[in-house]
Every structure is written in structure tokens, then in C-alpha cells.
Design a protein around this ligand. Structure first.
Ligand SMILES: Cc1ncc(COP(=O)(O)O)c(C=O)c1O
Length: 400
């Protein structure tokens, strides 16, 4: 039996079937390309779901991880100091609105923690009625119960009800809807400045400003979830920067440690000051190897020319996607290397055809294909993508 057939058969037998995986087995990666067990190459427009910003096989990242491993200190738990943890916390605070950072292991865990931090601030301030959390249509904040409660997608929530009480949903990017919901009982408002899973939807600066104002008026905590849109993906370090609005909490995860599991909760002095030893924690919080990887990734993203590259190739991507002349494309949107085409055919069909053409693609919501590649991708890869997408869409045209 081939490696591919063997792995697929064993996956069916031994893995909980929560993901529908295609019929190939990935074996190695280099730059923006991954290779399967039969040696077939795929240009990666998914990057492990907006994670592998530095692509595959980045020498500096591998060296930093190996160096920390060689000290023997992989993990010590949150009970002890390491310089690796304070170095990353200091670096993130120096380059954001935040005064303090807390580290965890995933995006869902970061949002779960952010909601707890907001509740603790209300508790300390003796705001007993503050139980309401406002999120927005098409949001995605994660799959744990707190994060899922503010992820208003029926098919994700229904089998797992009841949700955490207090979650209410406004319309994304609609100021009137936010104004109706945010009141004295609101403990937190959580929003993605650019929605990732929900279709690459951009919040306007006016919307983010209105949220800031409403949260100030009603003493609610404003949480920006930059887990997918942050860390350089838009061509700026943070997706919210251009709005001029500062949150009270920002959550990060995905690309922060170059593919190692990480989450981060960045907070103001006021939010951080409400937390006391014992209030929150996780065994794996702030592991030294992960922290060193994170420090290296942030430094690379901040290095001269890196964000300019993302902006330049991102602009080129949007421009070239807009040039595709297909009746199946109903919209093109995005910022930086976070883009999508809305389509009138099932995204799964395009994703499947992509595999045949040597492309890794992923949907975003029920009617869009999103492009969230490694941030080192080049214009030549954009040209390859557009050429292949055009062929795929023409093939569908001919079939229908
Ligand atoms: C904006 C956003 N928040 C939270 C999450 C959840 O992150 P994780 O899958 O690491 O739990 C995701 C994952 O796709 C995300 O895109």
C-alpha cells in the first residue's frame, strides 16, 4: 500500500472525523510551497489558516527554536520566570497600545481569557449587572464554549447548546445596531477589525470608532480579535491601526510563533491591573521555546521592508483578482495579504480543483474563497494563482 493510501486509511480509522481532508498527504515544505508524499507541489494560499507567515523552512526560525531547545528549558510553567517570556511581552507592549501581555496556547483560549479579564474588571468595579457580551454577525472567535457563544454561526453552536448566557449579536459594521445593543449591562464588545472566517469583511474606521465611544460611555471593555488579521497580514502590524482606535484588549494567536501553538492577550494597565495571582492560568502558558519563536517572528515582521512587501504584493493580488473576468465572481475584497473572491459556485468545488492545479485554497464562509498565504509570497505566485483560477473558473463555465 502507498504511504498516501495507508495514511488516509488509518486517519479514517483512528482520527475523530471533525475535518474533511483531501486525498493527499503533506510531507514537507519550502518557501511558499508544500509537497505531498508523491512529490506533487502545491503553492500554499492557506498558510495553515493564516499561520505560517514566514513560509516553510525559515532558517532563522528553526535556529531560534533549536537554540532554546538546546538549553533544556522547553517548559517550566507559569510558576517561574524566564527571560524568554518577558522579552516577548515587552516587545509586544512596545509595539502596540498594550501595557501588559498574557500568553496562552490558541486563539480560542485567548478570547476565552479576554472575556474572563473583562468580567474580572467589572467584578472589581462592583458592576454586578454587567453580564452582556456583544459580538457581530459572521464573527468567528473560536470553538471553546465562551468563544463559541460569541461566534454566531448556527451550525457551529446548535449541537453544543446551551451557550454561555449573555451573548447578544449585532450586525457587523452597522453603527445603529451596535448602539441598540451596547448599554450599561454590557461587560464587553468583541470584534474582528477584518473578519477572517466570515468572508473577509472589513469593519469601517467609523464603526470601530463608534464601538470605542459606546464602550467608553457604558464602561464596557472593547476587545479586538486580531488573531487572523493581525501581525502584519494587512501590511500594517495591526489591522486596527489605520482606524486610529485603541482597544482595551487585543487577542492574538495564529502566526505569532511561526507555527508553534500560541495565544496572547494584550491589555491596558486598567484591565491587567484587575487580575490577581490565581485568577487565570494555563500549564503551558508562555513556554520558552514558543516565546523565543514569537520574539523572532515579531522582529522579522518589524524588520525593514517586510510590511512594505506585504502591502505591495497584497495590492497586486487585489488588482489581479479584480482582473479575472468570470460571471462566477460576484465580489473581490480584502486588505494586504488577506483577500477573498465571493463566488456563485460552491467554494468546495474550487478548492478541489485547486488541488488538481497544484494550489492550496480555502473557503471563507459559504460563498467565498480566501487568500491568506505566507507573507513572503511574491508577485510571480500571484500571477500563477490568477492564471490557474481563471482556468478553473472557465472550466466551470463550460460545464454549466
Ligand atoms: C479571528 C479568529 N479568532 C479566533 C480564532 C480561533 O483560533 P484557534 O483556532 O487558534 O482556537 C480564529 C481561528 O480561525 C480566528 O480566525
Amino acid at each position: 500500500m502507498s504511504i498516501t493510501a495507508d495514511v488516509i486509511q488509518k486517519d479514517k480509522q483512528f482520527s475523530v472525523p471533525v475535518a474533511g481532508r483531501p486525498d493527499f498527504v503533506l510531507e514537507r515544505g519550502e518557501g511558499v510551497t508544500v509537497y505531498d508524499a508523491d512529490g506533487k507541489a502545491y503553492t500554499d494560499w492557506v498558510a495553515g489558516i493564516a499561520v505560517n507567515s514566514l513560509g516553510y523552512g525559515d532558517k532563522e526560525l528553526m535556529d531560534v527554536v533549536a537554540k532554546q531547545m538546546s538549553t533544556g528549558l522547553i517548559h517550566v510553567s507559569g510558576l517561574y520566570h524566564t527571560q524568554a517570556l518577558t522579552d516577548l511581552a515587552e516587545l509586544l507592549c512596545a509595539n502596540s497600545f498594550a501595557d501588559k501581555a498574557y500568553f496562552c496556547n490558541s486563539g480560542a483560549e485567548a478570547n476565552e481569557g479576554a472575556l474572563k479579564f473583562a468580567r474580572k474588571l467589572a467584578y472589581v468595579n462592583e458592576h454586578k449587572n454587567k453580564t452582556k457580551v456583544v459580538s457581530f454577525s459572521k464573527a468567528f472567535h473560536g470553538r471553546t464554549l465562551g468563544a463559541l457563544s460569541v461566534t454566531p454561526t448556527e451550525k457551529y453552536q446548535t449541537p453544543f447548546k446551551p451557550m454561555v448566557p449573555g451573548a447578544v449579536v449585532g450586525e457587523f459594521d452597522n453603527i445603529d445596531s451596535a448602539r441598540e445593543l451596547i448599554d450599561q449591562d454590557t461587560v464587553a464588545v468583541i470584534v474582528e477589525p477584518i473578519q477572517g472566517e466570515g468572508g473577509i469583511n472589513l469593519a469601517s474606521a467609523e464603526f470601530l470608532r463608534a464601538l470605542r465611544q459606546l464602550c467608553d460611555e457604558h464602561e464596557a471593555v472593547l476587545i479586538f480579535d486580531e488573531i487572523q488579521c493581525g501581525m502584519g497580514r494587512t501590511g500594517e502590524l495591526w489591522a486596527h491601526t489605520s482606524s486610529g482606535v485603541s482597544p482595551d484588549i487585543m487577542t492574538l494567536a495564529k502566526p505569532l510563533a511561526g507555527g508553534l501553538p500560541i495565544g496572547a492577550i494584550l491589555v491596558t494597565e486598567e484591565v491587567g491591573g484587575a487580575m490577581q495571582p490565581g485568577d487565570h492560568g494555563s500549564t503551558f502558558s508562555g513556554g520558552a521555546v514558543v516565546m523565543r519563536a514569537g520574539e523572532m517572528v515579531v522582529k522579522r515582521i518589524l524588520s525593514p521592508g517586510f510590511l512594505e512587501h506585504v502591502k505591495e504584493v497584497g495590492d497586486y493580488l487585489l488588482e489581479r483578482l479584480e482582473e479575472i473576468n468570470s460571471p462566477h465572481i460576484t465580489d473581490v475584497r480584502g486588505r494586504g495579504l488577506m483577500a477573498a473572491i465571493e463566488i456563485s459556485v460552491p467554494p468546495a468545488d474550487i478548492v478541489a480543483q485547486g488541488y488538481e492545479h497544484g494550489l492550496l485554497l480555502v473557503n471563507s464562509g459559504p460563498d467565498a474563497i480566501r487568500f491568506i498565504p505566507p507573507l513572503i509570497i511574491e508577485k510571480q505566485h500571484v500571477d500563477e494563482l490568477v492564471e490557474k483560477l481563471t482556468q478553473i473558473l472557465e472550466g466551470i463555465q463550460n460545464e454549466s
